[in-house]
Design a protein around this ligand. Structure first.
Ligand SMILES: C[S@@+](CC[C@H](N)C(=O)[O-])C[C@H]1O[C@@H](n2cnc3c(N)ncnc32)[C@H](O)[C@@H]1O
Length: 191
């Protein structure tokens, strides 16, 4: 089996990637994570989805393809140039873009509940973890990637990742799986 053979890449993702490269942005997820997000989202119709760290919208495009007509996605990015790429290419009423600090978003939306949270930036992953986990509905999913060493990691990042995994290992209120797929993922579901 070849992981990415015959993978249908969303047309919007391809357009976004070209614009992201022009801007020099290299932190988009890969197609394996994109495909996994699309499957998980498609398995939960009528979902409220939160993405922390829109980037240029590459993962957003994959998530969107998995969404049914009743699902909604809120996506948060503090870099306005990146968010603008996502907003320009993804013109879909089901998607709400927030251009702000993820920490601010979390503190002003801590009472909200989501079926799926893809936490792909610092707040909600390396800090404010408990706050974001409390925003996952029972049976909802919390998804993170980039848990295996990556060439673009800053000095000292490994210990932060180790600490994060250890904290998630200790949670008794979630079932989880660790996947050596793509950049290394954890998927948790709230009991
Ligand atoms: C790994 S990238 C996201 C990639 C995107 N999810 C994808 O796969 O295409 C992380 C993003 O988080 C953004 N970011 C970093 N710190 C942030 C913060 N405090 N609040 C909001 N966004 C932040 C960065 O600008 C970057 O675009």
């Amino acid at each position: 089996m070849v992981d990415d053979q015959h993978m249908a890449i969303p047309a919007m993702a391809t357009r976004i990637q070209a614009l992201a490269v022009e801007l020099g942005f290299t932190m988009s997820c890969d197609n394996l994570t994109g495909a996994l997000l699309r499957v998980l989202v498609a398995s939960k119709p009528q979902s409220r989805i939160l993405e922390l760290g829109t980037g240029a919208g590459y993962s957003t495009a994959w998530i969107l393809e998995g969404m049914d007509e009743s699902s909604t996605l809120t996506t948060v990015e503090y870099d306005s140039a990146l968010a603008e790429i996502a907003r320009t290419v993804i013109q879909d009423l089901r998607v709400e873009f927030h251009v702000c600090d993820g920490a601010e978003f979390i503190s002003s939306h801590h009472h909200e509940q989501y079926d799926i949270i893809f936490a792909d930036t610092w707040p909600g992953k390396f800090h404010l973890l408990d706050e974001v986990l409390s925003m996952v509905k029972p049976s909802g999913l919390y998804i993170i990637d980039d848990l295996n060493p990556q060439p673009n990691w800053p000095e000292g990042h490994q210990s932060k990742v180790d600490e994060l995994i250890q904290m998630l290992d200790q949670r008794k209120d979630y079932h989880y799986v660790k996947l050596n797929w793509s950049t290394g993922l954890m998927i948790l579901t709230k009991k």
